[in-house]
Design a protein around this ligand. Sequence first.
Ligand code: NDP
Length: 338
Amino acid sequence: MAKAWYLTSRPTGLPTAANFALREQPDAPLEPDQLRVRNLWLSVDPYMRGRMNGTKSYATGFQIDQPMTGGAIGEVIESRLDGFAPGDQVLHMGGWRDGGVIGLDMMPNKLPAAALAAGMTPQTFLHNMGLTGGTAWIGLLRVAAAKPGDVVFVSAAAGAVGSAVVQIAKAREMIVIGSAGGAEKCAWVKDLGADAVIDYKAVPILPALARALENLGKAGIDVYFDNVGGEHLDAAFAVANDFARFAICGMIDVYNDGKAQEMKYLIRTIPARIRMEGFIYTDQFIDCMEEFYADMGGLIASGAVTIRETVHNGLDATPKAFLGLFSGENIGKMLVKL
Ligand code: NDP
C-alpha cells in the first residue's frame, strides 16, 4: 500500500516533525485519465513552506489532514491515460509519497526519451531541466534581461536555483558575485566559475560586496538575483548601478518567521532607477519552454551547467530533507531518493 506525508497542523515558525504524519493511502482502482506510479525521486523546495500556511498565495495551500504534493519523478505501473504506458518515467506533482494514483490535476509529463537516452538522469527534470533551472534561466535572462558584461550578484548561490544562475551567467559572459553560507559552499561556487564569492555567515554582506566589486574593478552591480531577501537585498540596493534590474525570486530569510526586513538603501531605487520585479516560474515557463529546454539542454550537454545533489534516502526522510533547506544543509539540489 502506498504511503504519503500529510500536513497535520500549520507550523508556526520553522516546522517540526509534529506538523507531519506518514499515512497509508487506500488502494483505488484507476479511473479514466489516471496513472498509477511508483515514485523514484521527490523534490523538496523552499516554496512548500508557504503552502503550509493557511493564507492565500500563488501556489495552492496544503490542506490539514490531506497528503502534501510537490514535484516528483515516478515510473508508471498502470495506465488509463492515453500516451502513457507501464515503464514510462513521468514528472508530476504527486510528491511527498512513494506512489499511488496520479490524475491530470498532478500534471503528469513523460520524460523525453531522447534526453534519457543521451544520459540525462531522470531527476535532472526536478532541478536543472525543471523548476530550479527554469527559475534561474527565466529570472536571469527574461526578468532581469541580463546580458554579456553585466555584473550579476546572486544570493543562495550554492543552492539549486543560485548555482544554475551562476553557471548560466558565466556561460553568457557575465561577471558573477555569489554569496553562500560556509567555506565548502563558497569553494564550490568559485569552482562553478563565479568571479567572487562571499561567505555571508563569516562576514557582513554589504562591506564584503563592496570589497568584491572593488577587487573586480567594478563600480556596482547591474543585476541582483534575489533568493534570500533581508540584508542581501538591502546590500544590493546599496551597490546597484543606474538602471540595475532586480529579479526577486525568493526571500527564504523570512519564510519561517515573516520578520520585518529593514531596508536602509531602498531609497536608491529612485536615483539609480532600479527596476525590481517579482516573478513566478510557472507564469512564464510554458511560453519559453522550447527555448529553455534547447538552451539548458545544450548547456548541460556541454558541461557549462552542472549540479550537485544532496540526497536523502527513503520516504521517511522527506520532512528532514525539507527542513534541511532552512539550515542550509544542501549543496545544490535537495532531493529524496526512494
Ligand atoms: P536552495 O537549494 O537554494 O536551498 C535553500 C538555501 O537557502 C539553503 O541551502 C541556504 O543556503 C539558503 N538559506 C536558508 N536560509 C537562509 C537565510 N536565512 N539567509 C540566507 N540564505 C538562506 O533552494 P532553491 O534553489 O530551491 O530556492 C532558492 C530560492 O528560490 C528560494 O527562495 C525559493 O523560494 C526561490 N524559488 C522561487 C521560484 C519562483 O518561481 N519565484 C521557484 C523556485 C524557487 P546557505 O547555506 O547558503 O545559507
